[in-house]
Design a protein around this ligand. Structure first.
Ligand SMILES: Cc1cc2nc3c(=O)[nH]c(=O)nc-3n(C[C@H](O)[C@H](O)[C@H](O)COP(=O)(O)OP(=O)(O)OC[C@H]3O[C@@H](n4cnc5c(N)ncnc54)[C@H](O)[C@@H]3O)c2cc1C
Length: 436
């Protein structure tokens, strides 16, 4: 019998599996698809490196520590990718890089800027939970919400700020108010105006990290886990290729799959996890002539500008070698919680929306399409009341010793969040195995 069975070879499952096998435990990973990586998928074609899922990873100390311990060199984002744009009334406006340049930027009106200055005087909320939109309107004003926060909520969550919980979706921001009574005061105290890490990827794209992790792990690909049961001191996994027994199990599949697998252990968790909403995301890769776009990371489009494009990354300007010499690679995002139906549109309809809007926003004459990727269940939305799912996962772990849950629906949606969580999840598994 193996020590640990890990269900799902996304970054959450692989990073937990990696820590545990490094500690000497026998670990078997099960992945239903033919390729590991989950959302992290890269394809190489005609001189382009296309990221179908995440493009950049915000690496803080813990992530850097992880990469060092797995012996993989990150590729850092270019200096020019610090420039980011917001689309406003027909123009791309660069996002202020310092609090000072914020006051000279045309991004907000004078009254919008004064409203931001009042933030330290706004009392902390007494409400138990607020949406991101309510929170930002209250503390910083509507303009700041529309032109700065909402576009970032699209960029990270493909989410709707009216529905996401400030407490669960942007925990650090919520804690600044709780601890310091003001975001500005808190940020000054913590010297936390920057992004809090460096943006990275890997040579050849993000899937290089997956291949690197996978090469030292035992993974059964194209072997879906259908059911998990607890039998006395062990877990029995029914998989497409037969039964497996393990002393402990880490379920790192998305919420719906996790709930389904665990239906014999907890019917109520199974039902509840199925309710977690994942916003769909459409990713369109586009090539344009070199020299036809401004330098920078890319742009975000506030919803109030009435466009379908949520944002576009200038991928070949962020990392080297992503496009042939004479071309730039753009990655365009559409859909999300505020425009979910687009995921079911035909390719041609999506292409014509992207063509019309990109030409208008970037003043381009021609563009070439390289492909579309649809994520029907893209990014989990930490909506109001989300705490109940986290408590459910915790109580499931408490009531079923040896069972652990991980994944982007529990500890944060970014790749960095998944990597950081892997330290704690693997520690809990290790402690359990040491006790049995
Ligand atoms: C379009 C898009 C863009 C994104 N951009 C960024 C970005 O730029 N930066 C960033 O930090 N994050 C980004 N994210 C978020 C980030 O990529 C994900 O949150 C993260 O990769 C999720 O990893 P995970 O392992 O938790 O889940 P997943 O990647 O979903 O992995 C779960 C795995 O479990 C497998 N599985 C499911 N059920 C079973 C079963 N029954 N048996 C066996 N295997 C099973 C699945 O096939 C999958 O491989 C993006 C996400 C999307 C969709």
């Amino acid at each position: 019998m193996i020590d640990v069975a890990v269900v799902g070879a996304g970054i959450s499952g692989l990073s937990v599996a990696w820590h545990l096998s490094k500690k000497g435990f026998s670990v078997q990973v099960f992945e239903k698809e033919e390729k590991a990586g989950g959302n992290i998928q890269t394809t190489r074609r005609d001189g382009y490196i296309l990221e179908l899922g995440p493009q950049t990873i915000l690496a803080d100390g813990k992530v850097e520590e992880f990469l060092k311990s797995v012996s993989i060199e990150p590729e850092y984002a270019s200096e020019s990718s610090k420039i980011r744009y917001i689309y406003k009334k027909g123009k791309l406006i660069s996002l202020p890089l310092s609090p000072l340049s914020f006051f000279t930027s045309p991004l907000l009106s004078l009254s919008g800027k004064f409203r931001v200055l009042k933030e330290p005087m706004v009392p902390a909320s007494v409400k138990t939970e607020e949406s991101i939109a309510e929170f930002v309107r209250r503390r910083l004003g509507k303009e700041f919400l529309d032109y700065i926060v909402a576009p970032f909520v699209s960029g990270v969550y493909a989410g709707d700020p009216e529905k996401l919980s400030v407490k669960y979706a942007v925990r650090k921001v919520y804690q600044l108010e709780q601890k310091y009574g003001s975001l500005i005061k808190g940020a000054i105290k913590l010297k936390a105006f920057g992004p809090g890490g460096r943006l990275i990827s890997f040579k050849g794209g993000n899937h290089t990290l997956i291949e690197h992790l996978a090469s030292s792990l035992k993974i059964q690909k194209e072997n879906v886990v259908l059911r998990i049961r607890k039998k006395e001191d062990r877990f029995v996994l029914d998989t497409k290729d037969g039964k497996f027994e393990a002393k402990s199990v880490v379920v790192s599949a998305p919420a719906t799959s996790a709930g389904y697998l665990l239906r014999d252990i907890s019917w109520s968790a199974s039902e509840e996890f199925d309710r977690i909403y994942y916003a769909p995301v459409v990713v369109v890769h586009v090539a344009v002539k070199k020299g036809s776009i401004p330098p920078g990371f890319g742009f975000l489009v506030p919803r109030v500008e009435n466009k379908r494009i949520l944002g576009t990354l200038f991928s070949s300007q962020i990392f080297n070698g992503r496009a042939p010499e004479d071309r730039e690679l753009l990655t365009v995002y559409l859909g999300g919680a505020t425009d979910p139906d687009i995921v079911d549109y035909e390719d041609d309809s999506i292409y014509s929306i992207v063509e019309k809007e990109l030409k208008e926003i970037l003043k381009l004459e021609s563009i070439e399409f390289l492909g579309i990727t649809r994520w029907k269940r893209g990014i989990p939305q930490y909506t109001l009341g989300y705490g109940k799912y986290i408590e459910l996962a915790q109580s499931l772990e408490r009531e079923t010793p040896g069972l652990y849950l991980s994944g982007n629906y529990l500890y944060g949606v970014s790749v960095a969040d998944c990597i950081r969580a892997s330290y704690e999840v693997s520690k809990r598994v290790e402690d359990y195995l040491a006790r049995t």
